[in-house]
Design a protein around this ligand. Structure first.
Ligand code: 2AL
Length: 164
């Protein structure tokens, strides 16, 4: 939808439009309440900082919507199709895919949550390198990185949901 429309639709509809970008209620409400935005850049800039930092529960809620890297989202929802597009650079059939699957297992064993990265614009090799490096992080370091990655994914998705 156009920014003009996003600015003027009922709050509940605007909050619903944001859900596929990032399912954190505090983030969605902060954006809805900050309308109207003068430009799409202002909207995206606000969204990048809204509800900072996310709590553990909020991260968990948001992460539950993200399939593992290498797992293709199924279904026809807006969210599933966004995820498939984002992961289109990840081939699911080669040696890198096997290494990603192993890395995902190691990450989940260490941090007890799915490995999350903004996949759009990244090759499978780049994602594997990031995964390998992040396995060496502390839980606190990962908390901040996951928060940031969710925001990057949300920004890109928001650009698809709201046009200038
Ligand atoms: C994803 C996904 O589905 N899209 C994206 O950018 N990252 N998943 C993930 N586990 O990082």
């Amino acid at each position: 939808m156009r920014l003009e429309q996003f600015n003027s639709i009922p709050s509940a509809d605007a909050a619903e439009a944001l859900r596929p970008c990032l399912d954190i209620e505090r983030w969605r409400n902060a954006i809805v309440d900050a309308r109207p935005f003068d430009s799409r850049d202002a909207l995206i800039g606000f969204a990048a900082e809204a509800a900072t930092p996310f709590t553990d529960e909020e991260l968990e809620q948001a992460l539950s919507h993200h399939p593992r890297i290498g797992d293709r989202a199924t279904g026809q929802s807006a969210e599933a199709s966004m995820s498939r597009n984002e992961q289109s650079g990840v081939d699911t059939s080669d040696d890198v895919a096997a290494a990603l699957a192993e890395g995902n297992r190691a990450y989940e064993a260490k941090f007890d949550r799915v490995f999350l990265i903004r996949a759009a614009g990244r090759s499978a090799d780049e994602i594997l390198a990031a995964l390998t490096e992040r396995l060496g992080n502390t839980a606190e370091e990962e908390q901040a990185i996951v928060d940031q990655q969710l925001r990057e994914i949300a920004s890109l998705r928001l650009e698809g949901v709201v046009s200038a």
